[in-house]
Design a protein. Sequence first.
Length: 361
Amino acid sequence: MSYGTTLEAEFFTALPNLKLYTTPEGQQALLVLLELRTWSARGLTDGFVPAFALPQATMMKDPESALELLADAGQIEAVEDGYQIDWSGQKTKNERESDQAEWARKKKHQRGNHSACPMTWTCRKAETNFAAATPVTKATAPVAPPKAQGAPKKAKGTAAAEPAYIDYEALTDPSCSLEMVQAYCDQEVRLTKAAVAGITVKAAKRGLEFRCGPDVHAISQRDPRDRTGLERAYRGAAQEAAYVLRRAINDRSEPRGWALEVDELKDNGTDWPMVFGCVWGELDGDSREGLQAIIDGLAPQFEHLALAEMVSHLLAHDDDEMVHCLREALPADTRESVMEAAREAMTRADKEARELAARIP
């Protein structure tokens, strides 16, 4: 996560900075201003620079003349024990701490810890999610799966009990059996496969569009509070699959000099299609063709990538029974490759988490 400042597009061209920029002394003052902004952003002081910190905040040996020019231009103000920079347009300490907490919560989610996942993420493993059943792959409203063999028959005249979606928290109960763990793993594999089967991807002028069948679209049109646990889980699986494919595309598009940004995701949380925009704006024709070629090349691997990501979340719990049940739940022909890819994903997530921790002051 970046802790730099925001540099306005008009920083050097709008008054009063434009006037400062016309002289060598003014240019030096603007550089000092950028140094002080950077120091304050890193120190989370909201623009306040103590007088004793000036030797560390700027490389200018004698910044007094530069500070006077900046004060005359209204960019800083001399206050008790230091200077106050005009902090409008910059992120405050509270905003940065909020961003940092949000980033840490996303990293927990990626590593399999879903205790802090909010409902707005539609994370199918969030503690606040209580799903109702496992979806089918057809593009229709999800229905309950068939009863397991040996299940007692329903007596005439009684209402049918809806099969319960198995939430991960149920596996932490001391009375949880190996059969329930296996059922949970089977359920997660079916969720992921169903989500992947319902997604189509297209390179469009505004970026990358993920479209789902009418079932997910219908779910998205309803108020989140009115969705069943099954619907939240199915839609969440589709959303997670979309993010997995976006990351795979970025791994292959980096040599081309562009990427699909999470921050530019054009989705209000309740609607499809999901659209990822490119860092430099709209795609031209050649770029769309290049993006579509990457998508087409990844299409046969989409299910494999999504399964590996889902498995990596569960492997993070370091549970031998879970590992055994996941192997049993995965398709036999891709079992070993998915498990290997999941372990590589865990290693990558750990590395990213360590790099993030090293950047946090």
